[in-house]
Design a binder for this molecule. Sequence first.
Ligand code: AMP
Ligand code: GLY
Length: 422
Amino acid sequence: MNILLVGSGGREHALAWKLSQSKHLDTLYIAPGNAGTAKVGVNVDIKPNEFDVLGKFCLDNNVEMLIVGPEEPLVKGITDFFNYSPKLTHIAVIGPCKKGAMLEGSKEFAKEFMVKYNIPTARYQSFTSKTFPEALQFLKTLSPPYVLKADGLAAGKGVSILTDFEETSRELKEMLSGKFGDASSKVVIEEFLSGIEVSVFALTDGNSYIILPEAKDYKRVGDADAGLNTGGMGAVSPVPFANAEFMKKVEERIVIPTIEGLKKEEIPYIGFVFFGLIKVKNEPYVIEYNVRLGDPETEVVIPRIQSDLVELFQAVANKKLQDYKLIIDSRTATAVMLVSGGYPGEYQNGKEIKNLDMIKDSIIFHAGTREINNSVVTNGGRVMAITSLGTSMKETLGKSNQNANLIDFEGKHFRHDIGFDL
Ligand code: AMP
Ligand code: GLY
């Protein structure tokens, strides 16, 4: 079959890399893709939010399956667009409908859902500019640090964690006055949870589900978790503390109630659910839902899946997940992200990336790259993930770091200690 994958990051290159190995694939198209996806499929110059152009492309190219990588088109309703456009209904979409995508698109919706279905999460209340005085009252009932979350999508910048009360109330006021536009016209204030985080992924056909390998990502830009938050500087899978006992709690208290809750709400959800979890005294709590795979988590999760990915997505589309047995590679995967100098602040694009052909024992997943005149250049803050598989975290980190040193571009930066806390 022909497949169209939407997105352009390391997550999409990892998905494309795996899809391209399937015996069921004819042509894989990626819109818009990057220099890495171009090596395993055909890049198409269409933006993820151009639904009608994507739809027309699918018809013209006999595409039978649409896989949506990033959250924005899902939150904007790409799945509903395909499911309700008469000419497109035959195309299977992997990605939830607009209502389901609200689990990520609205923090308040997600919190209400968790409370309704008894899913463990931090205590919270949500406020608008009209209820600012009440918001301050609620803040006073909490002890610092204070967690403020813009209700809507804010390109990963909508969460503030502050310790000073005055600073928190100023930040809250700014958010409610439009710091993140419409996304922060409502703000969720929640109790701070102290613990260690882990990302768990489920794939559901709307009825049953499978749990994919878990992963941990490293968000701070500097070694030992110092410096600013980024989109993610690296990841590891499996996560040793997420042992069978912990994962049983996650499945029983979080995954099952979420899938069942979606059914009770009559939200047809076909696609990934990403549970951003925190372990507090051995108990799992949900920090956030996302309605897609994580990045850079995908770059360690996908290489550990041995099953045919097209077959897996066909099982989802045909609602046959119940009988599906996922085969997992028990080895450890570590991804180290190379980023542009200055990221997550200002950085320059267009730097030539050298020595890519010298990499032997790691997999390179491109993120912000593009090809110009036969050379690959940087085209984003996060440039590429270097994933290594092996029997220990020490071995895989060693391989990834060695290759991170080898690849060269002006301003290159990476963390040397991915997995240090495990
Ligand atoms: P989010 O965008 O909801 O994932 O939040 C970004 C990051 O803020 C999370 O990955 C956590 O590290 C942190 N965070 C969010 N909510 C809380 C909370 N209630 N307690 C502690 N840390 C939190
Ligand atoms: N790595 C976290 C995310 O994809 O949101």
